[in-house]
Design a binder for this molecule. Structure first.
Ligand SMILES: [Zn+2]
Length: 882
């Protein structure tokens, strides 16, 4: 036990507490429009927007007319609306009075129209003529996208408004609480298909091969959900529950939308049923924008998704693609309720949108495609969120959002991954059926309106008949992670487990002590478990002395557990019978205890020792990741060779069962496990693996078909790592010659793995040439540092050529490259060096990343100094049991 535990030790109450209910005392209130946070005055309210747009795709501007029905609540001579980059050409109210003056405030992103006389209270109609820019390829407001079909160039129009870019398309009240109805009219070339939130009501031909497209009225919604897209597009459709579902693509490829279409139909059916409120629009389109990277936006009735993450071609797409498409669809379709039908009142409650959509993404996958084991991947994301949540710059999920910049900065790991983990924990606390009742109540009560966390709490409390608010607020309003400490004792052969809680922090930081009511599901690893709320301390009675009792069964909670040695040993022996989720959870908690110096390394490795029979992909992934990390920290130390031998002995039995060659019918996961094991065993110096990789590479040079595609990555990596000059030249020649992107990536990644420093220098120099794409060149530098173990050379190289590289790779490289490279070190001097590297601190994102990395380096340094000697000693005394 470190001194961290002495700060805040509470005495055990010694009573059995199974359910402790705490009343929610906090400042938040249910949604009320008048008091919702925001910047615009609430004295003028939009009711309906009629928007007419006439885009010119050559000139990249759009002529706009916004006719907005408003309700004036207090007489005023001034109207303040959001607007950005718009040019105003005439504004009248009630068709008679023109605005006396128009003044634009760039910083506030507003326009103020002043009238000669006060506008009376009541309904009025505001008519604003303007032009809006079409931002080339920007993904903000209205924007154009260029693409090719065969040899002809095409240009289409699209829009994106979240969080605060609807104001670049039309002047309006661009805050989520100002909901209104919308009607869009769009003038486009005759050959275009135009898509918006609602179906087309009418198309009217115009002169010059143009047409005016009028869309049906959209229901009350927030401005950030407004969307339009138009181009030479085509649409594949299907029907479900009276709703038309469509996939819209560029011409000629709509057949590749079939998988997404079928899955969307299944998802919509499931979600209609789950929420008890039917999807309210007559249609739902998925618009495949012609780009390869991953991006999606849940606009109501017309989700936009980059084609590379939506379209599926059985002949060309990778096997894992279907899973990714399904997850993405589940997320965006869940938003049609969480976010679109019921919207957070303000950006501080963004987690109500994103945390819930992410949770529902995994829940619906679990229901509709259980073999994907979606929660295991969600729990992987939860670990990332926890990793950030222990740092000193961790931020609460709900925090004040003052302006547009902060609203944009809120879309991060915490909002999504901690958000979904919290929702799942609450669901398990109240029970699946009760939780669903609460969701149905919440949707009915708040439909077409907004909500705060308080509305959610009321719906949950009403359905559950107990207070859930204290849990929700503790987790949303403070950063950090609870640590639950479990100590067992034996009384008349009955096991009594004392529980207490603390804050789980990275190091002995200045983090404030905090308190959470923690829902805990506990019991024997094979049982359904008992749920309790730990609020302070408790003692539970759990079977006979020595029985294995696990906390956080199913890994459904957001907390860490520290077991006493006897409990941990009992659990270690029970590991083979646990679910993969429980095995991973136990390993993650143990690893976290060791990393934060709470436990000696043995606390993790006694568990790892039990994994000789392991074959679950996620568990092996966890083990490989841990070993790779420790192996990195052992770099340059005398204990490294012994650790390598120990780790090889740990992984060998797992690899032996997987083997080099799989049956044709083996699951895709097994091939992934094989690749990972080969990489790490080779890195750990397994002579047999390295020799076989070299042999297979030689055979591949004679006959490329002899090396199955799934083995290419590990074989090339290991051959590259051990390469002499001749092999390096061979790999380089193959990379230069290859025309297939995925193949080129493998060859250059193999070059970056070379351990020979002279070769590493040559690889770095490639990043300055035009030999490979910028994206590959950027990754090449990072790979030399990580895979090639030459972070020192990579740092030196980047510093020497910094301006050239930053010009070439752009602002993200400027801000974060040094942090990425420095993360390979565990030397405090490097943390200091990063602090002195000015470009990493030029932007707030860069600074956040740099500070996080510095803290990580210092934690690793402490780990090396305080834990590795103990690990080396343990390895020295330890023989892996076969
Ligand atoms: Zn989302």
């Amino acid at each position: 036990m470190t001194s961290l535990f002495n700060h805040f030790v509470r005495s055990l109450t010694g009573v059995l507490v199974l359910l402790l209910i705490v009343s929610a005392a906090h400042a938040d209130a249910p949604f009320s429009f008048e008091t919702a946070p925001g910047k615009l005055p609430k004295t003028v309210v939009p009711i309906h927007y009629a928007i007419d747009l006439q885009p010119n795709l050559s000139a990249l501007t759009a002529k706009g007319l916004a006719i907005i029905d408003i309700e004036v609540r207090e007489p005023t001579d001034r109207l303040v609306l959001n607007a950005r980059d718009l040019t105003f050409t005439g504004t009248t109210i009630d068709d008679i009075t023109s605005a006396k003056s128009t003044s634009v405030d760039k910083d506030e992103q507003t326009v103020t129209f002043t009238f000669a006389r006060a506008i009376t209270a009541g309904r009025h109609q505001l008519r604003i003529a303007y032009t809006a820019p079409i931002n080339k390829e920007s993904g903000r407001g209205l924007y154009s996208m260029d693409y090719r079909i065969d040899n002809s160039r095409k240009r289409m129009l699209a829009s994106h408004s979240e969080p605060t870019d609807a104001r670049r398309i039309f002047p309006g009240w661009d805050e989520p609480a100002f909901k209104a109805t919308f009607a869009l009219t769009l003038t486009v070339p005759q050959r275009f298909l135009a898509v918006s939130n609602t179906p087309i009501a009418q198309e009217e031909p115009l002169r010059g091969n143009r047409k005016r497209v009028t869309f049906e009225r959209a229901p009350r919604m927030s401005t950030y959900l407004f969307v339009l897209a138009a181009g030479e597009l085509e649409r594949l459709t299907s029907e479900v529950d009276g709703i038309t579902v469509g996939v819209v693509t560029t011409r000629g490829i709509s057949a590749t939308g079939r998988y997404a279409l079928d899955q969307s139909v299944a998802l919509l059916k499931y979600l209609n049923d789950y929420f008890g409120v039917k999807y309210p629009l007559p249609k739902l389109d998925l618009i495949a924008l012609p780009r390869d990277s991953a991006s999606a936006m849940e606009h109501w009735g017309a989700i936009t998704i980059f084609a590379g993450s939506l379209l599926y071609d059985p002949a060309k797409s990778p096997a894992d693609m279907q899973r990714q498409i399904f997850l993405l669809l589940a997320h965006e379709i869940a938003h049609q309720w969480f976010g679109n039908l019921v919207t957070m009142a303000w950006w501080n409650d963004l987690w109500l949108n994103e945390g819930f959509a992410t949770w529902m993404e995994h829940k619906s996958v679990e229901r509709l495609q259980p073999d994907l084991q979606s929660w295991l991947s969600a729990n992987g994301d939860k670990q990332l969120a926890m990793e950030r949540d222990i740092r000193s710059n961790a931020r609460a999920m709900r925090r004040p959002i003052a302006d547009e910049d902060e609203a944009g900065g809120n879309f991060g790991t915490t909002t999504y991954s901690k958000g979904q983990a919290l929702v799942r924990m609450i669901e398990s606390f109240v029970g699946e059926d009760v939780f669903r009742d609460a969701m149905q109540r919440y949707m009915k009560e708040r439909a077409y309106s907004n909500a705060t966390v308080d509305d959610l709490i009321r719906a949950l409390d009403a359905a559950a008949g107990k207070s859930v608010g204290s849990v929700l607020l503790a987790y949303t309003e403070q950063p950090g992670i609870p640590l639950v400490v479990a100590d067992a004792r034996c009384v008349d052969n009955e096991q009594r487990i004392a529980l207490r809680q603390d804050r789980f922090t990275a190091r002995e930081s200045q983090a404030q002590p905090q308190h959470w009511p923690v829902p805990i599901l506990f019991g024997p690893p094979q049982g359904a478990g008992t749920i309790m709320l730990l609020d302070g301390t408790a003692e539970i009675s759990a079977g006979r002395c020595g029985d294995a009792i696990k906390l956080n069964l199913g890994d459904v909670g957001y907390y860490r557990v520290r077991y006493d040695t006897a409990m941990l040993n009992a659990l270690a022996h029970g590991m083979p019978g646990m679910t993969p989720a429980d095995r991973i959870n136990l390993l993650n908690d143990a690893r976290a205890m060791v990393e934060t110096l709470r436990e000696a390394p043995a606390a993790y490795f006694v568990l790892a020792d039990q994994l000789a029979g392991e074959d679950h992909r996620r568990v092996v992934e966890h083990l490989v990741d841990t070993i790779t990390h420790v192996h990195k920290l052992e770099r340059g130390r005398s204990g490294r060779a012994a650790f390598q031998a120990y780790a090889r002995a740990l992984l060998r039995p797992i690899f032996e069962r997987v083997g080099w060659q799989g049956a044709d019918s083996e699951p895709a996961d097994r091939a992934r496990v094989r690749g990972q094991l080969l990489n790490v065993l080779g890195d750990l110096g397994d002579d047999a693996v390295i020799a076989e990789a070299k042999r297979r590479f030689d055979a591949f040079l004679q006959d490329p078909a002899s090396l199955p595609s799934a083995l290419r990555e590990p074989v090339l990596h290991l051959v590259g790592r051990e390469a002499d000059r001749a092999t390096y030249e061979t790999l380089h020649g193959l990379g230069r010659k290859s025309k297939i992107m995925a193949e080129r990536v493998l060859y250059y990644s193999a070059l970056a793995s070379a351990l020979d420093p002279a070769l590493a220098r040559e690889t770095l120099a490639i990043a300055l040439t035009d030999e490979i794409s910028n994206e590959m060149a950027r990754r090449l530098i990072f790979s030399v540092a990580s895979q090639g173990e030459h972070a020192d050379l990579a740092v030196e190289f980047v510093k020497r050529h910094f301006e050239t590289l930053a010009d070439k790779f752009g602002s993200t490289f400027r801000e974060t490259s040094m942090s990425t490279l420095m993360a390979n070190f565990s030397d405090p001097a490097r943390a200091e060096e990063l602090k002195q590297f000015a470009p990493a601190y030029e932007t707030s994102d860069g600074k956040t990343e740099a500070e996080r990395t510095r803290e990580r380096i210092l934690a690793d340094a402490e780990f090396v100094a305080r834990q590795l000697p103990a690990l080396d000693e343990w390895v020295g005394q330890h023989k892996v049991t076969p």
